[in-house]
Design a protein around this ligand. Structure first.
Ligand code: HPA
Length: 236
């Protein structure tokens, strides 16, 4: 079989998948966290691997950045490869002063400036995380002594954008972080009746003056990757 964007055969991809934006992060996770990882895709460099984590079959694949890119990959994972549990792991910008670099955010729901859903729905659709994945991820993070922030994120179409009037309202109305993919992931998971969750590590923020060192970035990512793998394995 295969699709225009994925050369995997049916059965090559596990029921539970981790979805970093960066395909090289997928490779890093396969090489450092999975056993017996096998490459299933390299079309357009969007690397995907299946291996095992604590004896459970788990896949990991890049999605690229932004709504259009992730929409293509996750639609195909659900339509053609029967993937059931999709866990995005990425970075986000904090919109709140107390949410700092390296903190973990669980995206319970999404607001977005992306227009795709306006063509589908007669009003504003509210993309939500799967409650059971969310709850399991929360417990897994809490078990390692950490406390994730849980709440609304904004799925933005722009990383480098003009400061638009009203930007401050996102924070005022309880949106805790900004990223670029989750609204699409959650909406498509709902369409195909699958489970989806985003776990983000804060990489920047409107109140942040400092940047992460590469070592700090690695340890922050390690906590996120482990929490995502534990959760994926539970649902495998
Ligand atoms: N904006 C959008 N997406 C992001 C950001 C941001 O500031 N940081 C990490 N992902």
């Amino acid at each position: 079989m295969g699709t225009p964007h994925n050369r995997a055969e049916k059965g090559d991809i596990a029921k539970s998948i981790l979805l970093p934006g960066d395909p090289l992060r997928a490779k890093y996770i396969a090489e450092n966290y999975l056993e017996n990882a096998v490459l299933f895709n390299d079309v357009r460099g969007m690397l995907g691997f299946t291996g095992s984590y604590k004896g459970k079959r788990v896949s990991v694949m890049g999605t690229g950045m932004g709504v259009p890119s992730i929409s293509i990959y996750v639609s195909e994972l659900m339509m053609f490869y029967d993937v059931e549990n999709l866990i995005r792991i990425g970075t986000c910008g904090s919109l709140r002063e107390d949410i700092r670099l390296k903190d973990l955010v669980l995206a319970m729901g999404c607001c977005t400036d992306n227009g795709v859903n306006r063509h589908i729905f007669a009003g504003d659709y509210a993309p939500l995380a799967d409650f059971e994945l969310l709850s399991a991820a929360y417990d897994n993070i809490a078990a390692s002594g950490d406390k994730p922030y849980v709440g609304l994120v904004k799925t933005s179409d722009m990383f480098y954008g003009e400061q638009v009037p009203g930007a401050e309202y996102w924070t005022q109305y309880g949106v805790i972080a900004v990223e670029m993919e989750s609204a699409a992931l959650y909406t498509l998971a709902a369409k195909f009746k699958r489970r989806a969750l985003t776990i983000c590590s804060v990489s920047d923020g409107i109140f942040e003056k400092t940047e992460l060192s590469s070592e700090e970035r690695e340890t922050a990512l390690d906590r996120m990757i482990k929490a995502a793998l534990e959760t994926a394995a539970q649902f495998a």
